[in-house]
Design a protein. Sequence first.
Length: 107
Amino acid sequence: MDGDEGPRRAAAPGRRGRAGPPSGTAPTADPAADAADGPAAAPADPAAEYTAEQYDAFWGAGYTVEDAEALAALWGTEITETKARAGQALLDGQTLPVAPGSSTATS
């Protein structure tokens, strides 16, 4: 039986060549559970999650492009993320720090 050494066993935690993730825990059969033990995933791009409900809430409340730009400057966010956040805040019953239609165009 040349080359057949039988079943491999994982090395003890802390030893070089160990099996499993660096934390020393063995992976499970559930990749989602393994992912939960790893580094936190980057937050999803809020602009990619800009929903029709958020859009309707923002524009339906009477906000303008200038208002969106004012909020973006205040929050330090990109315009699409700003509209998504503002729309969600309105859906949640919150008052925004810029009133609808209160901003003027900048030249």
